[in-house]
Design a binder for this molecule. Sequence first.
Ligand code: SF4
Length: 321
Amino acid sequence: MGAVTTVAAKHLYNSFGLHMREHFGQSVFKVNIDAGFTCPNRDGTVGVGGCTYCNNDSFRPSSCKPALGVRQQVDNGIAYLSKRYKAAKFIAYFQPYTNTYAPVDKLRQLYYEALQHPNVVGIAVGTRPDAVDDEKFRLLQGIAKDYFVLVELGLQSIYDKSLAHINRGHGYASFLDALDMASKYSSIHIGAHIIAGFPTETIEEMLSMAEAVSALRLGFLKIHQLQIVKGTAMAAEYAKNPFFVFDYEQYLDFLVEFIGRLSPQIVLQRMFATAPDDILIAPVWNKTRQQILLDIENKLRTTGTFQGKRYRTGSDAPRHL
Ligand code: SF4
């Protein structure tokens, strides 16, 4: 996946693409890796069936196949991105399932396999807050001496009612515990991933997550609209009892308000999702990534909004849980 932020967005929000460009002096591209992990919320360790919205095919490029091995996936991804974007620096992104869910020796081998490529400047590791521990953070802290290391903790919602509804298998407290633990490892960048649109939440509750995550020790944030995709428990729930999903204009309005409430310090890694057409049930927007990005930036501009415009600190900020 390339860095798709426009330069004009610089003063509107703190974008990942521009952040990385400033840090590394040039654009940094993500190479997706499927290292063959599974998930404790699927194999029975925490739960079975997984989160009700989860279909890993919705965010995994078909070129990512664990059977290829990590190094081959890195080589393939870099060859493609170099040719298409003239990209020269890369982050190996361990994305599908739970990418810390293995013994630490195995993790060390997989992460360093990706880092062997001379143009890989770091790793991003997507995982669950209940699948990290001190031993794994120590490994990542060691890697962070020489490389950029970002751990993306799946949160999805700050509301336990929503986490229970989506069969997440952990509560908000588990996320806060993981953040506390991570704070001992200052070289590791920590991000969170949240979803807006669960039927258990009001729009105001979704918006309030901006202030809640702003008060945490987070460097990075991904937020996107809930997408109902085929083959999930949520698709069955939606078919039986259709609930509100964001239409395009509603989501633009929501996101602009959210960005205005978000701390300007947090780097926005993602602002929307685009599941493949063949598995997406709702909402169907029929927009390209580039169009969505331009529309977000235009909406920010026309409403005079920028990241942090309405961000409040101190005792007047809402508190949650
Ligand atoms: S969303 Fe993540 S934690 Fe939930 S079932 Fe899917 S892989 Fe597991």
